[in-house]
Design a binder for this molecule. Sequence first.
Ligand code: NAD
Ligand code: ZN
Length: 380
Amino acid sequence: MSTTTGQIIRCKAAVAWEAGKPLVMEEVEVAPPQKHEVRIKILFTSLCHTDVYFWEAKGQTPLFPRIFGHEAGGIVESVGEGVTDLQPGDHVLPIFTGECGDCPHCHSEESNMCDLLRINTERGGMIHDGESRFSIKGKPIHHFLGTSTFSEYTVVHSGQVAKINPDAPLDKVCIVSCGLSTGLGATLNVAKPKKGQSVAIFGLGAVGLAAAEGARIAGASRIIGVDLNPSRFDQAKKFGVTEFVNPKDHDKPVQQVIAEMTNGGVDRSVECTGSVQAMIQAFECVHDGWGVAVLVGVPSKDDAFKSHPMNFLNERTLKGTFFGNYKPKTDIPGVVEKYMNKELEIEKFITHTVPFSEINKAFDYMLKGESIRCIITMGA
Ligand code: NAD
Ligand code: ZN
């Protein structure tokens, strides 16, 4: 047992006090883990666009002060009552959607939408008692996605913690805890392209590039990348993207541009932008008869998806997924092993690294469209 077990830990956290304002480094108090919870020392975290949306709170419900962050790697410091599958010293990835192991979804091979621990962006406390484990001078600070990894220590429900190979470098595999698995799984587990088929990827950030990686692994013959930011195209070549479409370069709808390039439409498409227009385009650009489109981007609260019903009658399929349909505890250790066996490359996703004290730079890089993933090193 470490000397901190059962004690409050004081450590640094980057707190978002207000929507869209730079995070502030604060000393926070992190309470010990309660029933079915673990306290994790975060070593590396990175920034995903989902953090940015809820921090900007433009199209999402604001909840402040809050500690964001959900893509990370760390080491278990202590465990609460009833936790039997994790112990101090385990190398882990906290995951924004969980697996209780007991509900109909966890028992179904087809779903990762755990009844107890599925993603919940509105919740600011822990499931056990609705309370926060973070405070500053007695004032509670809200959690985000049950992970809040922009803190040197965090408390997470044990069902949201994947135990991984301790030899895996956490500064790399931390991105498996969201972006990489989400995109990869969206293609391999949900879109399921057949060898030789064509795939369009909308949005060439980390999630979209991981989706492209999935298409390459599946043996897609053409991988068409769609993005509004032309600087993405050079980077995307390293991920097997074979052709590029910038909607700004065309005066006709992207759906039509893609239909003309592919003799009627792509076999599969994966949307990784968060723009509802791109979601509609991704659906309408798949081939009739067999095309499948998968939505991954997180929409704004008031968005509505509008497409003519005939597009469905013409035998196009629309799907969506959280976390690429991976079950976090069951499947994620295996994704890390794919990296360890050199079947998956992670390094090429990491374009920037900053010390924790400069975490706001990671936001700038993402907002300017400069980074794919920026790793934030804790304790630096
Ligand atoms: P990112 O900002 O790194 O990449 C998004 C890319 O989309 C950018 O290159 C941007 O230029 C492009 N883009 C934006 N609007 C576009 C449009 N209308 N047409 C074409 N391209 C457009 O973001 P990311 O971290 O890769 O995340 C991508 C999306 O996936 C976000 O919406 C994020 O919230 C979501 N996400 C979903 C899940 C899930 O489980 N479903 C998990 C993680 C992230
Ligand atoms: Zn994410």
